[in-house]
Structure formats: C-alpha cells, structure tokens
Write a protein that binds this ligand. Structure first.
Ligand SMILES: [Zn+2]
Ligand SMILES: [Zn+2]
Length: 121
C-alpha cells in the first residue's frame, strides 16, 4: 500500500513525514492533494482559523454622516450607509418614535402570500 513520504512544509520549509497511515486516511477521504503543511503549521492554521471564526474582528468604516472613521463589529453592506457609533445612536434616537424601519437582508424579501388556496369559489 502506502509508504511514508517526506514532504516539505510550504509554511515553515521543514520536512515532515506524510505517513502511510495519513496517506490511507487521505485516500479514504478522497483527498487527492498531499498536505502542504507540517502538522505544527496545520495546527497553527486551524487555531488561527478558529480565532477568526470565533470573534468577529472589528471592521473599519467611514461614517457616512460625519466622515469619522470608526470600527463596527459587523460586515457593512455596500448598499447602505454605515454610521459611526455616535451617529448611529443619534439616528436611532431621532427615528425611534417613527416607525422608520428599513428591511434588512435578514428578512426574506418578496415572500409570496399564501392566499387563494382555500378561498371559496
Ligand atoms: Zn510547517
Ligand atoms: Zn458619524
């Protein structure tokens, strides 16, 4: 079957063993690519990945209202102005009473209404 293979890590440049067992594992999973990183770098990569996933990094924005740079912890959408924390608060306060709510991406647009199915003829 497989034999241990020595590969070179593309991250740290160290040689590492792609063991027969690992090759079996890869073959079993249907992976055709050999690992590009040593176990250490893979572990490191995974940890970094988890960090990014776990905590949202602040995104720098330029306030559409006052032009100040600020950071937000959500991904700004291109089709809407992004406000700094101050302006956002002000806007929210001033619009609080009026029902001025814009639909967000989270809402399903254009959901067809279920009418006409059980209407008497
Ligand atoms: Zn490495
Ligand atoms: Zn602002």
């Amino acid at each position: 079957m497989h034999q241990d293979k020595t590969l070179t890590c593309q991250d740290c440049g160290k040689d590492f063993i792609f063991s027969a067992a690992e090759q079996d594992f890869y073959a079993e999973k249907g992976f055709t690519n050999e690992p590009k990183r040593c176990a250490d770098c893979r572990k490191l990569k995974k940890m970094q990945h988890r960090d990014v996933q776990g905590s949202r990094p602040p995104v720098q924005i330029v306030c559409a209202n006052c032009g100040k740079t600020d950071t937000v912890n959500f991904k700004p959408r291109g089709d809407r102005p992004v406000l700094c924390a101050d302006c956002f608060r002000k806007q929210r306060d001033s619009q609080g009473q009026q029902a001025h709510v814009q639909p967000t991406a989270e809402m399903q647009p254009g959901e067809p209404m279920a009418i006409g199915e059980e209407q008497p003829a």
